[in-house]
Design a protein around this ligand. Structure first.
Ligand code: PEP
Ligand code: MG
Length: 589
Protein backbone atom coordinates (compact mmCIF):
# COMPACT_ATOMS: atom_id res chain seq x y z
CA UNK A 1 0.00 0.00 0.00
CA UNK A 2 1.26 3.43 -0.85
CA UNK A 3 2.55 5.63 1.99
CA UNK A 4 3.46 9.28 1.90
CA UNK A 5 6.18 11.05 3.83
CA UNK A 6 6.97 14.73 3.83
CA UNK A 7 10.42 16.26 3.86
CA UNK A 8 12.19 19.40 2.77
CA UNK A 9 12.30 20.02 -0.98
CA UNK A 10 16.06 20.41 -1.47
CA UNK A 11 16.64 20.03 -5.22
CA UNK A 12 13.89 20.25 -7.86
CA UNK A 13 12.60 17.47 -10.09
CA UNK A 14 10.72 14.19 -9.97
CA UNK A 15 12.52 10.87 -9.52
CA UNK A 16 11.06 7.35 -9.61
CA UNK A 17 13.26 4.32 -8.91
CA UNK A 18 13.97 1.57 -6.38
CA UNK A 19 15.45 2.86 -3.16
CA UNK A 20 18.91 1.73 -2.08
CA UNK A 21 19.95 2.13 1.55
CA UNK A 22 23.39 3.49 2.16
CA UNK A 23 25.29 3.25 5.44
CA UNK A 24 28.41 5.12 6.49
CA UNK A 25 31.49 3.20 7.62
CA UNK A 26 32.04 4.98 10.90
CA UNK A 27 29.62 2.77 12.87
CA UNK A 28 31.09 -0.71 12.40
CA UNK A 29 34.82 -0.68 12.98
CA UNK A 30 37.35 -3.17 14.32
CA UNK A 31 38.68 -2.70 17.88
CA UNK A 32 41.98 -3.78 19.38
CA UNK A 33 44.40 -2.68 22.11
CA UNK A 34 47.46 -0.63 21.22
CA UNK A 35 50.52 -0.72 23.50
CA UNK A 36 52.61 2.46 23.97
CA UNK A 37 55.22 1.23 21.51
CA UNK A 38 52.51 0.81 18.87
CA UNK A 39 51.40 4.47 18.96
CA UNK A 40 53.97 5.69 16.42
CA UNK A 41 52.88 3.09 13.91
CA UNK A 42 49.24 4.12 14.36
CA UNK A 43 50.40 7.69 13.66
CA UNK A 44 52.01 6.51 10.42
CA UNK A 45 48.83 4.67 9.43
CA UNK A 46 46.94 7.91 10.01
CA UNK A 47 49.35 9.87 7.80
CA UNK A 48 49.00 7.34 5.00
CA UNK A 49 45.20 7.42 5.26
CA UNK A 50 45.23 11.23 5.29
CA UNK A 51 47.35 11.28 2.14
CA UNK A 52 45.04 8.80 0.41
CA UNK A 53 41.84 10.60 1.39
CA UNK A 54 43.40 13.95 0.48
CA UNK A 55 44.14 12.63 -3.00
CA UNK A 56 40.63 11.29 -3.47
CA UNK A 57 38.96 14.53 -2.29
CA UNK A 58 41.09 16.57 -4.68
CA UNK A 59 40.33 14.17 -7.52
CA UNK A 60 36.62 14.50 -6.83
CA UNK A 61 36.90 18.28 -6.59
CA UNK A 62 38.56 18.30 -10.00
CA UNK A 63 35.97 15.94 -11.46
CA UNK A 64 33.09 18.16 -10.30
CA UNK A 65 34.74 21.55 -10.88
CA UNK A 66 32.84 22.16 -14.13
CA UNK A 67 29.47 21.13 -12.73
CA UNK A 68 29.71 23.11 -9.50
CA UNK A 69 29.92 26.81 -8.80
CA UNK A 70 33.01 28.34 -7.29
CA UNK A 71 31.26 28.50 -3.93
CA UNK A 72 30.07 24.89 -4.00
CA UNK A 73 33.51 23.55 -4.88
CA UNK A 74 34.76 25.12 -1.64
CA UNK A 75 32.85 22.43 0.26
CA UNK A 76 35.70 20.11 -0.69
CA UNK A 77 38.36 22.65 0.28
CA UNK A 78 36.85 22.77 3.77
CA UNK A 79 37.23 19.01 4.00
CA UNK A 80 40.88 19.15 2.92
CA UNK A 81 41.64 21.72 5.60
CA UNK A 82 40.05 19.53 8.31
CA UNK A 83 42.03 16.57 7.01
CA UNK A 84 45.34 18.39 7.29
CA UNK A 85 44.57 20.25 10.50
CA UNK A 86 47.51 19.57 12.87
CA UNK A 87 45.26 19.84 15.93
CA UNK A 88 42.99 17.15 14.53
CA UNK A 89 45.98 14.85 13.97
CA UNK A 90 47.37 15.57 17.45
CA UNK A 91 43.97 14.86 19.05
CA UNK A 92 43.64 11.52 17.27
CA UNK A 93 47.16 10.36 18.15
CA UNK A 94 46.68 11.50 21.78
CA UNK A 95 43.48 9.44 21.92
CA UNK A 96 45.40 6.35 20.74
CA UNK A 97 48.13 7.03 23.31
CA UNK A 98 45.93 7.80 26.30
CA UNK A 99 43.23 5.20 25.70
CA UNK A 100 45.45 2.48 24.25
CA UNK A 101 42.95 2.06 21.43
CA UNK A 102 43.47 1.49 17.72
CA UNK A 103 43.34 4.33 15.22
CA UNK A 104 39.83 3.52 13.94
CA UNK A 105 38.38 3.79 17.46
CA UNK A 106 40.35 6.95 18.19
CA UNK A 107 39.03 8.50 14.98
CA UNK A 108 35.47 7.55 15.83
CA UNK A 109 35.76 9.22 19.25
CA UNK A 110 37.59 12.36 18.15
CA UNK A 111 35.21 12.87 15.23
CA UNK A 112 32.24 12.52 17.61
CA UNK A 113 33.74 15.15 19.93
CA UNK A 114 34.41 17.57 17.07
CA UNK A 115 30.92 17.01 15.71
CA UNK A 116 29.37 17.83 19.09
CA UNK A 117 31.36 21.07 19.31
CA UNK A 118 30.34 22.17 15.81
CA UNK A 119 26.73 21.10 16.26
CA UNK A 120 26.38 23.33 19.30
CA UNK A 121 27.58 26.44 17.53
CA UNK A 122 25.10 29.24 16.97
CA UNK A 123 26.45 29.88 13.50
CA UNK A 124 24.69 27.76 10.85
CA UNK A 125 27.71 27.46 8.59
CA UNK A 126 29.82 26.25 11.52
CA UNK A 127 27.13 23.67 12.35
CA UNK A 128 27.44 22.47 8.79
CA UNK A 129 31.11 21.70 9.47
CA UNK A 130 29.93 18.86 11.75
CA UNK A 131 28.87 17.01 8.59
CA UNK A 132 32.25 17.73 7.00
CA UNK A 133 34.14 16.32 9.99
CA UNK A 134 31.87 13.27 9.93
CA UNK A 135 32.52 12.82 6.22
CA UNK A 136 36.28 13.16 6.62
CA UNK A 137 36.24 10.65 9.52
CA UNK A 138 34.20 8.24 7.47
CA UNK A 139 36.59 8.45 4.54
CA UNK A 140 39.62 7.96 6.79
CA UNK A 141 38.09 4.88 8.40
CA UNK A 142 37.17 3.51 4.99
CA UNK A 143 40.76 4.07 3.80
CA UNK A 144 42.15 2.36 6.91
CA UNK A 145 39.87 -0.59 6.53
CA UNK A 146 40.65 -0.73 2.82
CA UNK A 147 36.90 -0.65 2.32
CA UNK A 148 35.88 -0.53 -1.28
CA UNK A 149 35.11 3.10 -1.97
CA UNK A 150 34.96 2.44 -5.67
CA UNK A 151 31.85 3.46 -7.55
CA UNK A 152 28.52 2.17 -6.33
CA UNK A 153 26.61 0.97 -9.36
CA UNK A 154 23.27 -0.68 -8.34
CA UNK A 155 24.17 -3.17 -11.03
CA UNK A 156 23.86 -0.55 -13.69
CA UNK A 157 20.18 0.10 -12.91
CA UNK A 158 18.52 3.38 -11.93
CA UNK A 159 18.25 3.94 -8.17
CA UNK A 160 17.42 6.44 -5.44
CA UNK A 161 20.06 7.03 -2.79
CA UNK A 162 18.67 6.77 0.77
CA UNK A 163 20.81 7.45 3.82
CA UNK A 164 20.91 9.38 7.04
CA UNK A 165 22.52 12.17 5.09
CA UNK A 166 24.15 12.88 1.74
CA UNK A 167 27.75 13.84 2.38
CA UNK A 168 30.08 15.53 -0.11
CA UNK A 169 32.26 12.42 -0.57
CA UNK A 170 29.20 10.41 -1.61
CA UNK A 171 29.18 12.36 -4.85
CA UNK A 172 32.46 10.59 -5.62
CA UNK A 173 31.45 7.00 -5.00
CA UNK A 174 27.94 6.96 -6.44
CA UNK A 175 27.27 5.92 -9.98
CA UNK A 176 25.86 9.32 -10.92
CA UNK A 177 24.77 8.12 -14.34
CA UNK A 178 22.03 5.98 -12.78
CA UNK A 179 21.42 8.03 -9.66
CA UNK A 180 17.90 9.41 -10.11
CA UNK A 181 17.35 11.08 -6.75
CA UNK A 182 18.43 11.51 -3.16
CA UNK A 183 16.35 11.12 -0.03
CA UNK A 184 17.84 11.54 3.43
CA UNK A 185 16.66 11.44 7.04
CA UNK A 186 18.70 14.49 8.04
CA UNK A 187 19.94 17.69 6.46
CA UNK A 188 18.39 21.04 5.57
CA UNK A 189 17.87 22.96 2.36
CA UNK A 190 21.25 24.64 2.81
CA UNK A 191 23.26 21.62 3.98
CA UNK A 192 26.25 20.84 1.81
CA UNK A 193 24.55 17.73 0.45
CA UNK A 194 21.53 19.76 -0.67
CA UNK A 195 23.70 22.39 -2.31
CA UNK A 196 25.59 19.71 -4.22
CA UNK A 197 22.40 17.94 -5.30
CA UNK A 198 21.04 21.21 -6.72
CA UNK A 199 24.26 22.02 -8.52
CA UNK A 200 24.45 18.54 -10.00
CA UNK A 201 20.77 18.64 -11.02
CA UNK A 202 19.75 15.58 -8.95
CA UNK A 203 16.24 15.82 -7.40
CA UNK A 204 16.48 15.61 -3.60
CA UNK A 205 14.25 15.58 -0.54
CA UNK A 206 15.98 15.86 2.84
CA UNK A 207 14.88 15.72 6.48
CA UNK A 208 12.50 12.75 5.94
CA UNK A 209 12.79 11.31 9.47
CA UNK A 210 11.53 7.78 8.90
CA UNK A 211 12.52 7.12 5.34
CA UNK A 212 14.97 4.32 6.12
CA UNK A 213 12.63 2.44 8.47
CA UNK A 214 9.50 2.87 6.31
CA UNK A 215 11.03 1.90 2.97
CA UNK A 216 13.40 -1.02 2.65
CA UNK A 217 16.03 -1.34 -0.05
CA UNK A 218 14.45 -2.28 -3.37
CA UNK A 219 11.09 -0.58 -2.72
CA UNK A 220 9.88 1.68 -5.51
CA UNK A 221 9.77 5.25 -4.33
CA UNK A 222 8.68 8.49 -5.93
CA UNK A 223 10.45 11.61 -4.87
CA UNK A 224 9.14 15.08 -5.65
CA UNK A 225 11.98 17.53 -5.19
CA UNK A 226 9.63 20.48 -5.85
CA UNK A 227 7.19 19.80 -3.01
CA UNK A 228 9.21 17.59 -0.64
CA UNK A 229 6.74 14.71 -1.07
CA UNK A 230 8.04 11.13 -0.90
CA UNK A 231 5.67 8.33 -1.97
CA UNK A 232 6.66 4.81 -0.97
CA UNK A 233 5.23 1.98 -3.04
CA UNK A 234 2.95 4.25 -5.08
CA UNK A 235 -0.49 2.98 -6.17
CA UNK A 236 -0.84 2.46 -9.95
CA UNK A 237 -2.67 5.75 -10.49
CA UNK A 238 -0.11 7.69 -8.42
CA UNK A 239 2.69 6.04 -10.30
CA UNK A 240 1.05 6.96 -13.61
CA UNK A 241 0.65 10.58 -12.46
CA UNK A 242 4.30 10.90 -11.47
CA UNK A 243 5.49 9.06 -14.56
CA UNK A 244 3.62 11.61 -16.62
CA UNK A 245 5.30 14.44 -14.69
CA UNK A 246 8.66 12.77 -15.09
CA UNK A 247 8.11 12.51 -18.83
CA UNK A 248 7.23 16.19 -18.93
CA UNK A 249 10.34 16.98 -16.97
CA UNK A 250 12.55 15.01 -19.30
CA UNK A 251 11.20 16.59 -22.43
CA UNK A 252 11.37 19.96 -20.77
CA UNK A 253 15.02 19.43 -19.93
CA UNK A 254 15.69 18.61 -23.55
CA UNK A 255 13.60 21.45 -24.94
CA UNK A 256 14.82 23.99 -22.44
CA UNK A 257 18.13 24.09 -24.27
CA UNK A 258 16.25 25.60 -27.25
CA UNK A 259 15.00 28.49 -25.20
CA UNK A 260 18.26 29.33 -23.49
CA UNK A 261 19.52 31.91 -25.98
CA UNK A 262 16.14 33.23 -27.08
CA UNK A 263 15.06 36.71 -25.98
CA UNK A 264 13.58 37.02 -22.50
CA UNK A 265 10.23 38.44 -23.61
CA UNK A 266 6.72 37.66 -22.48
CA UNK A 267 4.10 36.29 -24.86
CA UNK A 268 2.98 39.85 -25.64
CA UNK A 269 6.50 41.14 -26.18
CA UNK A 270 7.38 42.78 -22.85
CA UNK A 271 11.10 42.59 -22.16
CA UNK A 272 12.42 41.06 -18.98
CA UNK A 273 16.07 41.21 -17.95
CA UNK A 274 17.50 38.00 -16.55
CA UNK A 275 20.76 38.39 -14.66
CA UNK A 276 23.11 35.90 -13.08
CA UNK A 277 24.18 35.60 -9.44
CA UNK A 278 27.85 34.66 -9.12
CA UNK A 279 30.17 34.03 -6.24
CA UNK A 280 33.51 34.62 -7.85
CA UNK A 281 35.42 35.25 -11.03
CA UNK A 282 35.61 31.50 -11.71
CA UNK A 283 31.78 31.38 -11.94
CA UNK A 284 31.96 34.07 -14.55
CA UNK A 285 34.40 32.07 -16.64
CA UNK A 286 31.81 29.29 -16.99
CA UNK A 287 28.95 31.67 -17.72
CA UNK A 288 27.11 31.76 -21.05
CA UNK A 289 26.92 35.54 -21.13
CA UNK A 290 24.78 35.52 -24.30
CA UNK A 291 21.91 34.00 -22.31
CA UNK A 292 21.82 36.79 -19.69
CA UNK A 293 21.63 40.56 -19.37
CA UNK A 294 24.56 40.82 -16.95
CA UNK A 295 25.59 40.01 -13.39
CA UNK A 296 22.81 41.03 -11.00
CA UNK A 297 24.65 39.94 -7.88
CA UNK A 298 28.38 39.36 -7.44
CA UNK A 299 28.72 38.13 -3.86
CA UNK A 300 32.17 39.58 -3.19
CA UNK A 301 32.37 38.09 0.32
CA UNK A 302 33.27 34.64 -1.04
CA UNK A 303 36.57 35.95 -2.41
CA UNK A 304 37.26 37.39 1.05
CA UNK A 305 36.26 34.15 2.80
CA UNK A 306 38.60 32.05 0.66
CA UNK A 307 41.64 33.92 1.88
CA UNK A 308 43.66 34.06 5.09
CA UNK A 309 43.63 37.87 5.31
CA UNK A 310 41.84 40.85 3.81
CA UNK A 311 42.67 41.30 0.12
CA UNK A 312 44.56 44.51 -0.55
CA UNK A 313 43.13 47.24 -2.75
CA UNK A 314 45.37 46.11 -5.62
CA UNK A 315 44.24 42.49 -5.27
CA UNK A 316 40.62 43.59 -5.24
CA UNK A 317 41.10 45.81 -8.29
CA UNK A 318 42.60 42.85 -10.16
CA UNK A 319 39.65 40.62 -9.20
CA UNK A 320 36.97 43.17 -10.11
CA UNK A 321 38.71 43.90 -13.41
CA UNK A 322 38.70 40.22 -14.25
CA UNK A 323 34.98 40.16 -13.47
CA UNK A 324 34.36 43.14 -15.75
CA UNK A 325 36.26 41.44 -18.56
CA UNK A 326 34.39 38.16 -17.94
CA UNK A 327 31.00 39.88 -18.29
CA UNK A 328 31.92 40.96 -21.84
CA UNK A 329 30.58 44.48 -21.52
CA UNK A 330 27.43 43.56 -19.61
CA UNK A 331 26.81 45.20 -16.23
CA UNK A 332 28.34 43.68 -13.11
CA UNK A 333 26.66 44.42 -9.79
CA UNK A 334 29.27 44.16 -7.05
CA UNK A 335 27.70 43.66 -3.66
CA UNK A 336 29.95 45.03 -0.94
CA UNK A 337 31.19 42.66 1.73
CA UNK A 338 28.25 40.80 3.28
CA UNK A 339 29.96 38.81 6.03
CA UNK A 340 28.71 38.00 9.50
CA UNK A 341 25.53 36.03 10.22
CA UNK A 342 25.86 32.74 8.34
CA UNK A 343 29.05 33.89 6.55
CA UNK A 344 31.91 34.26 9.04
CA UNK A 345 35.27 35.66 8.00
CA UNK A 346 37.86 33.42 9.68
CA UNK A 347 40.56 36.11 10.02
CA UNK A 348 38.21 38.82 11.21
CA UNK A 349 37.20 37.65 14.63
CA UNK A 350 33.93 39.11 15.80
CA UNK A 351 32.57 38.63 19.32
CA UNK A 352 30.36 35.57 19.91
CA UNK A 353 26.74 36.58 19.24
CA UNK A 354 23.56 34.99 20.54
CA UNK A 355 21.69 35.86 17.35
CA UNK A 356 24.28 36.35 14.61
CA UNK A 357 21.62 36.68 11.93
CA UNK A 358 20.29 39.71 13.81
CA UNK A 359 23.77 40.87 14.65
CA UNK A 360 26.86 42.53 13.37
CA UNK A 361 26.77 41.70 9.71
CA UNK A 362 26.82 43.18 6.21
CA UNK A 363 26.87 46.93 5.95
CA UNK A 364 26.65 47.36 9.72
CA UNK A 365 30.04 45.78 10.14
CA UNK A 366 31.54 47.69 7.21
CA UNK A 367 30.34 51.03 8.50
CA UNK A 368 31.94 50.29 11.86
CA UNK A 369 35.21 49.48 10.03
CA UNK A 370 35.23 52.20 7.38
CA UNK A 371 38.64 51.12 6.06
CA UNK A 372 37.10 47.90 4.75
CA UNK A 373 34.33 49.78 2.96
CA UNK A 374 36.65 52.51 1.69
CA UNK A 375 39.14 50.05 0.21
CA UNK A 376 36.45 47.96 -1.44
CA UNK A 377 34.56 50.90 -2.94
CA UNK A 378 37.81 52.39 -4.22
CA UNK A 379 38.76 49.08 -5.84
CA UNK A 380 35.34 48.73 -7.50
CA UNK A 381 35.55 52.30 -8.77
CA UNK A 382 39.01 51.75 -10.24
CA UNK A 383 37.75 48.62 -12.02
CA UNK A 384 34.66 50.50 -13.22
CA UNK A 385 36.75 52.24 -15.89
CA UNK A 386 36.64 48.97 -17.83
CA UNK A 387 32.89 48.80 -18.38
CA UNK A 388 29.58 48.91 -16.55
CA UNK A 389 30.02 48.33 -12.81
CA UNK A 390 27.31 48.86 -10.17
CA UNK A 391 27.62 48.94 -6.38
CA UNK A 392 25.08 47.18 -4.18
CA UNK A 393 24.93 47.64 -0.40
CA UNK A 394 23.70 44.65 1.65
CA UNK A 395 21.66 44.62 4.84
CA UNK A 396 20.64 48.28 4.79
CA UNK A 397 18.48 49.18 7.79
CA UNK A 398 18.29 52.99 7.80
CA UNK A 399 18.43 55.96 5.47
CA UNK A 400 21.38 57.36 7.39
CA UNK A 401 23.47 54.32 6.45
CA UNK A 402 22.90 55.12 2.79
CA UNK A 403 23.80 58.75 3.40
CA UNK A 404 27.07 57.69 5.04
CA UNK A 405 27.93 55.36 2.17
CA UNK A 406 27.22 58.10 -0.36
CA UNK A 407 29.61 60.37 1.56
CA UNK A 408 32.35 57.72 1.48
CA UNK A 409 31.73 57.18 -2.23
CA UNK A 410 31.81 60.93 -2.97
CA UNK A 411 35.08 61.25 -1.10
CA UNK A 412 36.62 58.42 -3.14
CA UNK A 413 35.36 59.94 -6.40
CA UNK A 414 37.03 63.18 -5.40
CA UNK A 415 40.31 61.45 -4.48
CA UNK A 416 40.42 59.49 -7.71
CA UNK A 417 39.56 62.52 -9.80
CA UNK A 418 42.27 64.66 -8.22
CA UNK A 419 44.88 61.96 -8.68
CA UNK A 420 43.84 61.35 -12.29
CA UNK A 421 42.84 57.71 -11.79
CA UNK A 422 40.22 56.64 -14.36
CA UNK A 423 36.80 55.46 -13.18
CA UNK A 424 33.17 55.56 -14.29
CA UNK A 425 31.81 58.84 -12.82
CA UNK A 426 28.24 57.65 -13.45
CA UNK A 427 28.63 54.47 -11.40
CA UNK A 428 25.29 53.46 -9.90
CA UNK A 429 24.75 52.86 -6.19
CA UNK A 430 21.97 50.52 -5.08
CA UNK A 431 20.71 48.88 -1.92
CA UNK A 432 19.48 45.43 -1.05
CA UNK A 433 15.96 45.35 0.33
CA UNK A 434 16.21 42.47 2.74
CA UNK A 435 15.45 43.94 6.15
CA UNK A 436 11.69 44.38 6.40
CA UNK A 437 11.72 47.79 8.05
CA UNK A 438 13.24 49.33 4.94
CA UNK A 439 10.08 48.62 2.95
CA UNK A 440 7.75 51.23 4.46
CA UNK A 441 10.49 53.89 4.31
CA UNK A 442 11.52 53.19 0.72
CA UNK A 443 9.93 56.42 -0.58
CA UNK A 444 12.39 58.39 1.56
CA UNK A 445 15.40 56.26 0.64
CA UNK A 446 14.84 55.79 -3.08
CA UNK A 447 15.82 59.36 -4.03
CA UNK A 448 19.29 58.60 -2.60
CA UNK A 449 19.96 55.49 -4.69
CA UNK A 450 20.05 54.48 -8.36
CA UNK A 451 18.45 51.04 -8.03
CA UNK A 452 17.24 48.47 -5.52
CA UNK A 453 17.58 44.71 -5.41
CA UNK A 454 15.33 42.58 -3.26
CA UNK A 455 17.18 39.93 -1.25
CA UNK A 456 14.28 37.61 -0.61
CA UNK A 457 16.41 34.96 1.11
CA UNK A 458 16.90 37.22 4.09
CA UNK A 459 13.72 39.22 3.65
CA UNK A 460 11.59 36.07 3.91
CA UNK A 461 13.53 34.82 6.93
CA UNK A 462 13.00 38.12 8.75
CA UNK A 463 9.35 38.50 7.71
CA UNK A 464 8.43 34.99 8.83
CA UNK A 465 10.85 34.89 11.80
CA UNK A 466 12.07 31.57 10.43
CA UNK A 467 15.83 30.90 10.35
CA UNK A 468 16.69 30.05 6.72
CA UNK A 469 19.24 27.46 7.96
CA UNK A 470 17.33 25.76 10.76
CA UNK A 471 16.11 22.29 9.81
CA UNK A 472 13.44 22.21 12.52
CA UNK A 473 11.54 25.16 11.12
CA UNK A 474 12.60 24.72 7.50
CA UNK A 475 9.09 23.69 6.44
CA UNK A 476 7.81 27.08 7.62
CA UNK A 477 10.24 28.97 5.43
CA UNK A 478 7.84 29.61 2.59
CA UNK A 479 8.13 32.63 0.31
CA UNK A 480 4.67 31.91 -1.16
CA UNK A 481 3.09 33.21 2.07
CA UNK A 482 0.51 35.80 0.94
CA UNK A 483 2.02 38.26 3.46
CA UNK A 484 5.40 37.95 1.73
CA UNK A 485 3.72 38.52 -1.65
CA UNK A 486 2.07 41.69 -0.37
CA UNK A 487 5.41 43.03 0.83
CA UNK A 488 7.05 42.23 -2.52
CA UNK A 489 4.22 44.07 -4.24
CA UNK A 490 4.70 47.07 -1.98
CA UNK A 491 8.42 47.21 -2.88
CA UNK A 492 7.92 47.15 -6.65
CA UNK A 493 5.18 49.77 -6.46
CA UNK A 494 7.42 52.08 -4.42
CA UNK A 495 10.33 51.61 -6.85
CA UNK A 496 8.15 52.13 -9.93
CA UNK A 497 6.60 55.25 -8.40
CA UNK A 498 10.11 56.63 -7.85
CA UNK A 499 11.15 55.44 -11.35
CA UNK A 500 14.03 53.45 -9.90
CA UNK A 501 14.99 50.06 -11.38
CA UNK A 502 14.17 47.17 -9.08
CA UNK A 503 15.30 43.56 -9.29
CA UNK A 504 14.99 40.41 -7.22
CA UNK A 505 18.20 38.55 -6.46
CA UNK A 506 17.04 36.04 -3.82
CA UNK A 507 16.37 32.37 -4.63
CA UNK A 508 12.75 33.02 -5.66
CA UNK A 509 14.00 34.84 -8.77
CA UNK A 510 15.18 31.45 -10.05
CA UNK A 511 12.02 29.58 -9.06
CA UNK A 512 9.96 29.49 -12.26
CA UNK A 513 6.76 29.02 -10.25
CA UNK A 514 7.31 32.50 -8.95
CA UNK A 515 8.02 34.06 -12.34
CA UNK A 516 4.43 34.97 -13.39
CA UNK A 517 3.60 36.36 -9.95
CA UNK A 518 6.69 38.57 -9.94
CA UNK A 519 6.02 39.79 -13.49
CA UNK A 520 2.38 40.42 -12.59
CA UNK A 521 3.44 42.57 -9.66
CA UNK A 522 5.64 44.64 -11.97
CA UNK A 523 9.14 43.19 -11.61
CA UNK A 524 11.11 43.17 -14.87
CA UNK A 525 14.59 42.25 -13.60
CA UNK A 526 15.40 38.90 -12.03
CA UNK A 527 18.82 37.70 -10.95
CA UNK A 528 19.43 34.03 -10.26
CA UNK A 529 21.92 31.16 -10.21
CA UNK A 530 22.69 30.63 -13.93
CA UNK A 531 21.34 27.07 -13.86
CA UNK A 532 17.79 28.45 -13.45
CA UNK A 533 17.89 30.92 -16.35
CA UNK A 534 16.46 28.55 -19.02
CA UNK A 535 13.44 27.50 -16.92
CA UNK A 536 12.59 31.05 -15.96
CA UNK A 537 12.99 32.17 -19.56
CA UNK A 538 10.73 29.40 -20.80
CA UNK A 539 8.07 30.33 -18.23
CA UNK A 540 8.03 34.04 -18.87
CA UNK A 541 7.86 33.43 -22.63
CA UNK A 542 4.62 31.52 -22.13
CA UNK A 543 2.64 34.21 -20.25
CA UNK A 544 1.36 37.62 -21.29
CA UNK A 545 1.81 40.48 -18.84
CA UNK A 546 -1.98 40.76 -18.44
CA UNK A 547 -2.24 37.11 -17.51
CA UNK A 548 0.55 37.60 -14.98
CA UNK A 549 -1.23 40.60 -13.49
CA UNK A 550 -4.43 38.62 -13.02
CA UNK A 551 -2.52 35.74 -11.47
CA UNK A 552 -0.56 38.01 -9.15
CA UNK A 553 -3.60 39.89 -7.90
CA UNK A 554 -5.46 36.61 -7.28
CA UNK A 555 -2.44 35.11 -5.47
CA UNK A 556 -1.92 38.19 -3.31
CA UNK A 557 -5.53 38.05 -2.13
CA UNK A 558 -5.44 34.37 -1.19
CA UNK A 559 -5.48 33.30 2.43
CA UNK A 560 -2.91 30.56 2.56
CA UNK A 561 0.47 29.53 1.25
CA UNK A 562 -1.03 26.24 0.08
CA UNK A 563 -3.66 28.04 -1.98
CA UNK A 564 -1.01 30.24 -3.62
CA UNK A 565 1.19 27.25 -4.44
CA UNK A 566 -1.77 25.37 -5.91
CA UNK A 567 -2.84 28.31 -8.06
CA UNK A 568 0.57 29.03 -9.56
CA UNK A 569 1.54 25.36 -9.74
CA UNK A 570 -1.47 24.61 -11.95
CA UNK A 571 -1.00 27.69 -14.13
CA UNK A 572 2.69 27.06 -14.74
CA UNK A 573 2.16 23.35 -15.36
CA UNK A 574 -0.49 24.18 -17.89
CA UNK A 575 1.83 26.56 -19.79
CA UNK A 576 4.67 24.11 -19.78
CA UNK A 577 2.39 21.39 -21.08
CA UNK A 578 1.34 23.65 -23.95
CA UNK A 579 4.94 24.53 -24.67
CA UNK A 580 5.83 20.86 -24.78
CA UNK A 581 2.96 20.01 -27.10
CA UNK A 582 4.11 22.63 -29.56
CA UNK A 583 6.61 21.61 -32.17
CA UNK A 584 10.25 22.29 -31.31
CA UNK A 585 11.13 25.82 -32.35
CA UNK A 586 7.59 27.16 -31.75
CA UNK A 587 8.69 28.61 -28.44
CA UNK A 588 10.54 31.29 -30.34
CA UNK A 589 7.32 32.70 -31.75
C1 PEP B 1 19.28 37.43 -0.12
O1 PEP B 1 19.32 37.61 1.10
O2 PEP B 1 18.24 37.19 -0.75
C2 PEP B 1 20.51 37.49 -0.92
C3 PEP B 1 20.48 37.48 -2.24
O3 PEP B 1 21.69 37.53 -0.27
P1 PEP B 1 22.35 36.29 0.47
O4 PEP B 1 21.60 35.05 0.09
O5 PEP B 1 23.76 36.29 0.03
O6 PEP B 1 22.17 36.67 1.91
MG1 MG C 1 21.02 38.46 2.15
Amino acid sequence: MSRKLKGIAAAPGIAIAPLVHFHGTLDSIPTWKVAPEGVASEGRRLDEAVAEVGRSILALRKELADALSNHDVRIYDAQVSILHDPTFRADVVREVEQQGCNLEVALQRVVARYEAVFQNMADASMRERAADVRDVGRQLVAALMAKDRSKYTANGRDYLFAADEFLPSDAGILDRKHLRGIVTAHGGKYSHGAILARSLGIPAVVGVDDVMSKASSGTTVVLDGDSGQVVIDPAPDELAHYQQRLLEQKSVDLRVAEVRFQPAVTLDGSEVSLYANVEGVRDLEKLETDAIAGIGLFRTEFAFMERRQFPTEEEQVAMYRRAMQGSRGKPVTFRTLDVGGDKPLGYFRTPEERNPVLGWRGLRLCLDWPDILYTQLRAILRASALGHARILLPMVTTRSEVVRCRQVLDQILEDLRSSGVPFDPKIELGIMVEIPVIVPVLPEILPLVDFVSVGTNDLVQYLLAVDRDNQRVAKMYDPFHPGVLRVLHQIVRAANAAKKPVSICGEIAGDHHFTPILLGMGYRELSMAPVFVPRVKLTLRSFSVDECRTLASTAIALESTTAVRKLVGEEVRDRWARFLQAAPGDAAT
